[in-house]
Design a protein around this ligand. Structure first.
Ligand SMILES: C[S@@+](CC[C@H](N)C(=O)[O-])C[C@H]1O[C@@H](n2cnc3c(N)ncnc32)[C@H](O)[C@@H]1O
Length: 328
């Protein structure tokens, strides 16, 4: 397989999470902070909840690095920020920030924000999505090195990561032993959510990521792998709820991962000039952390009412902020 090189403006693949053709970052954001009031096109139109809850193409940058079914769409965050007249001298708190829609959107708009999230994976996604400090060229270069290392490792085992579709899963790795997860990790997965060969290739890539670990890029590269796993490597299927789709005996791993890293690098490049907006993310129980911020400045507190009834959330309910107020 030819080595992975720094891509020359290639577009990331379309995948089932909607990571389709991306608009240029220039279509998305100006290279300077803009006031919320300037975004008058952000008002959600009346329509079906399904439409209202969709991620607009214009909002893909950063938000798309990792989202989950509970995420509400960035344009609704903008709408509420505008309605409450929130500007860069305010601060917004999302006490149940999930994968960070509110705090990412605030950062894009130059508004300081605080997010609190109890779930480790969602917290990790929020943290990474609000860190635009990596050098985009360095990130891509490092990811290409990791990709080449993983590709060589697979080839030495007689495995091609991305064979022609007709040959996927056929004659691959008839001799080598496929890597598996430790039993305790295995039990956390939905049964059949990933086929053995794609899992093996993912574990090889993860191993290479750890061997070539560079703290400047590691967390972004890991989140990119999580995104690629959920969106194209695994057998997961997204309807109104997450389920298992038809099993894929084989699926490319390295190229989809690299495509996500590439998109991240593009987005970071486009955020030049606004990466210093202060955004904090805490992994904590928001009932406890509230006390720490009470003494500071005025907040807009924004979250979905369904968060108050965690465990009772129904996927057909609109995922959008239903509670906003100025506090204290
Ligand atoms: C509906 S999701 C939020 C989605 C978010 N608005 C977004 O767009 O990504 C609710 C989140 O609240 C988190 N959560 C529930 N109880 C919590 C608590 N006591 N403290 C912190 N986070 C909590 C859950 O882990 C979940 O990620």
């Amino acid at each position: 397989m030819p080595p992975f090189r720094l891509p020359a403006n290639s577009e990331p693949n379309t995948d089932k999470c909607g990571n389709g053709k991306r608009r240029s970052i220039d279509d998305n954001l100006p290279g300077e902070r803009r006031s919320v009031a300037a975004m008058s096109d952000s008002r959600p139109s009346r329509g079906a909840n399904g439409e209202i809850n969709k991620l607009y193409p214009i909002d893909r940058a950063v938000h798309e690095w990792y989202r989950f079914v509970l995420s509400f769409p960035p344009h609704l965050v903008r709408h509420y920020l505008e309605r409450f007249g929130i500007q860069s001298d305010h601060r917004v708190l999302d006490p149940f920030c999930g994968t960070g829609t509110t705090i990412v959107e605030c950062k894009k708009l130059g508004i300081p924000a605080v997010g609190v999230e109890a779930n480790p994976m969602a917290h990790f996604a929020s943290q990474v999505k609000t860190d635009w400090s990596p050098d985009p060229d360095g990130l891509l270069e490092h990811a290409c090195q990791v990709a080449n290392a993983a590709s060589s490792e697979l080839e030495s085992e007689g495995i091609e990561d991305d064979p022609l579709p007709l040959f996927r899963g056929i004659g691959q790795n008839s001799h080598a032993r496929l890597r598996t997860l430790p039993r305790e990790s295995q039990t956390l997965l939905l049964i059949d959510s990933i086929s053995p060969l794609p899992l093996h290739k993912t574990l090889v890539l993860l191993d290479c990521l750890n061997q070539h670990r560079d703290e400047r890029y590691y967390r972004h590269e890991l989140l990119a792998l999580a995104k690629a796993l959920v969106c194209s490597i695994s057998n997961l299927h997204f309807g109104p709820e997450v389920g298992i789709g038809p099993a894929k005996p084989d699926a490319p791993v390295i190229a989809p991962w690299l495509a996500v890293v590439h998109a991240m690098a593009d987005d970071i490049r486009g955020m030049h000039g606004i990466s210093d907006v202060p955004v904090e993310v805490y992994r904590a129980d928001s009932r406890v952390i509230f006390a720490q911020h009470r003494r500071r400045t005025t907040f807009l507190v924004m979250f979905s009412m369904s968060c108050l009834t965690t465990g009772l959330w129904k996927p057909h309910r609109p995922a959008r902020p239903t509670a906003c107020w100025s506090w204290p």
